[in-house]
Design a protein around this ligand. Structure first.
Ligand code: DGP
Length: 111
């Protein structure tokens, strides 16, 4: 399967990574929408939140537990977590990812 985030998660080039565990990794978005714009992904292929199963939930647990560690490490006190799910919601990479956005005031509701 050809998946850009699986390629990244393989860890061949970790120089931009800001955080990792055995199950997930976090790195800057290539097209940042805020001063801080990170992507947090599982190290296995899960297409989207719609693809969550009991047998992959440990990856999601690990991702959620990583979030406060990442934001603390980067000194971000306010941030937004986004998981675009499906084409109409703006998901362009079909490998589950959380956007972590911060470093400026974020409007609500999002577009
Ligand atoms: P989404 O539209 O929610 O599926 O977000 C996908 C994000 O992934 C988008 O903000 C751009 C980012 N992205 C796509 N390809 C790459 C890549 O090769 N490296 C990095 N760092 N980010 C990427």
């Amino acid at each position: 399967m050809n998946c850009i985030f699986c390629d990244i998660a393989s860890g061949e080039d970790k120089k931009n990574w800001v955080f990792e565990t055995e199950k997930c990794c976090c790195f800057p978005d290539i097209d940042p929408k805020a001063p801080v714009h990170l992507l947090l992904i599982p190290k296995i292929h899960i297409s989207s939140l719609q693809d969550l199963k009991k047998n992959n939930i440990e990856f999601i647990n690990d991702m959620f537990l990583s979030i406060p560690k990442i934001t603390e490490k980067l000194g971000i006190k306010s941030y937004r977590l986004v998981a675009n799910t499906g084409k109409d919601a703006g998901q362009s990479v079909m490998h589950l990812h959380f956007h972590i956005l911060g470093g400026r005031e974020l409007g609500w509701p999002p577009g």
